[in-house]
Design a protein around this ligand. Sequence first.
Ligand code: IMP
Length: 429
Amino acid sequence: MTTLAVIGTQWGDEGKGKIVDLLTEGAQMVVRFQGGNNAGHTLVVGGETYALHLVPSGILHPGKTSLVASGVVVDPGVMIGEIRALRARGVGITPDNLKISEKAHVILPYHKLLDEAREGRAAGARIGTTGRGIGPAYEDKASRLGLRMGDLLDQPLFEARVARALEEKNCLLANLYGLKPLAVAPILEMAGAWADQLGPFIADTFRIVKRAADVGLNILFEGAQGVQLDIDHGTYPFVTSSNPTAGAVSVGSGLPPNRLDKVIGLVKAYTSRVGEGPFPTELVDGTGQRLREVGNEYGTTTGRPRRCGWLDAVVVKAAVDLCGMASLAVTKLDVLCGLPEIRMATAYLLDGQRIDHVPGPLSDFARVEPVLETFEGFSEDISGARTMAGLPRQARIFLDRLSEVVGAPAGLVSVGPERGQTIFPGSFF
Ligand code: IMP
């Protein structure tokens, strides 16, 4: 049996959907362990495109169990909508193949209002959040004011806790942001409907993961976002409110740390970032625009255009080091096709000094100059390549240099959006 985590090495949007979907074939269980519906994974399965935000990608494969573990924050309305939309397209979802942790925190209407209000007010200090209430929900989890999915099934407790939370939230909504205070009753009514529809899916997911590991199932842990958005290790404060690093697999699902066998790092062949924050290899010229258009770099969740730039191997190395990545899955290599030259940052200059790591203080990171190496481009259509040898020489040189700088080999290369358009010699399980 193997437990495998797939983690984004950059600022998210590395093309996880396709890779997770591919790896799901070898897994019996797929687990989301952090984040919420700020994530958006696009999958093309059997010619059909699916955009999933909360339901694990494993759901598209019959016979697999998908878990939303305790480290995730769940917007029940979004979850219900996603289940309904998938069922309408013939995807079989039952309480047998989808389980939601009783301990996962609930995103409530005031979390979304506070997220949006804070972003709206913070002129010059916006994070550029997805506005889905993610940060405020994790804040309440940490301040012990949150409500959990299991609480939906205990109405008197839910009512008392919402009333208590609203004492604080209404103060902020009305006095700080000039918004209308919220009443308990409509939230309770909503929660009643959520409990009716999601109640059968609510379970003790830790015990399910533990049992699966004990009996030797292959388990795939599906990361959301990317290492540079990690609240501890990323480019704080321009980060999300969870830990997209491999350590969170254990914290967010309960799998003991010594039971995680392998971590695969997802690397897009260039870099993108949504929202604010420093981005050393950003291209604000025609090449950046070209990457955005050819790579369709528009948010799955918000539709926002993503900022694009050259591959930053310093950032990828930080992820490899933090997560113990054994191997890389390189995505969207085909997007680079046709560029006369390709670049990659392999170090930074900080005040004239060469460094090979992401500096901790944001003010330092905002000042670094990327040391860019230039590679010959390739113009052949690579979508038909199924072996490394089938790639143009220039593309192989680029990938080899990446592996050398970050200290991990490319075990998989995606050369197009379809599942089959992949160089994947063997299985990761
Ligand atoms: P939040 O997660 O909505 O609080 O947003 C915080 C930051 O993380 C913003 O810069 C978002 O654009 C970014 N972010 C959150 N989720 C994703 C994702 O799935 N892909 C890329 N960026 C994300």
